[in-house]
Design a protein around this ligand. Structure first.
Ligand SMILES: C[S@@+](CC[C@H](N)C(=O)[O-])C[C@H]1O[C@@H](n2cnc3c(N)ncnc32)[C@H](O)[C@@H]1O
Length: 155
């Protein structure tokens, strides 16, 4: 199964949406602190609806803790500054799909971390800044899941 990694997410509604995404796709959701919200936040609870108990979510105190828990595994850093199309990757079971915080994206130091396998970008019309964090994670996880025929999914 695939793993979604949010590095220091700030906006509760986005993580709430990701909780729902994880519950619906069977992906694991991993969050690296500091978080810009607490788990009682109304916007987070509302976005996650009644899916909170159906999602597998882990909160890591530090990025190092996340690497310890998640690697060895391939890690794809989703960033608007990459030049590789995310859809050109053949995703493998256990791959980690990593996303940056809403305000600034993934810091350079994190993008260059030794654990990062490749930096990838979701295509956009030129001149546009970025997708929403939760939307990016949805697009990415559905592409990876689609490549495998949606195992565990049903119509
Ligand atoms: C709102 S965006 C961050 C905006 C930030 N100013 C930037 O340019 O990175 C939040 C996260 O969504 C992901 N993201 C948004 N648009 C993306 C794109 N076109 N390709 C890859 N990742 C994207 C990245 O992980 C990013 O860190």
């Amino acid at each position: 199964m695939f793993k979604i990694l949010f590095y220091t997410p700030e906006i509760p509604g986005n993580t709430g949406n990701a909780i729902r995404l994880a519950a619906i796709t069977g992906a694991e959701l991993h969050l690296v602190k500091p978080l810009g919200f607490n788990f009682e936040d109304t916007n987070l609870r509302r976005a996650g609806l009644d899916y909170h108990d159906l999602a597998v979510m882990t909160v890591h105190e530090t990025l190092e803790d996340a690497w310890t828990a998640l690697t060895p595994a391939r890690v794809f850093a989703f960033t608007t500054t990459a030049s590789t199309n995310f859809a050109s990757i053949e995703y493998h079971e256990g791959d980690v799909l990593m996303f940056g915080p809403e305000s600034v994206g993934l810091p350079e130091a994190v993008q260059n971390d030794e654990h990062i396998t490749e930096r990838v970008k979701i295509p956009m019309v030129p001149g546009r800044r970025s997708l929403n964090l939760a939307n990016s994670a949805s697009i990415a996880i559905y592409e990876a899941w689609r490549q495998h025929g949606f195992p565990g999914g049903a119509i």
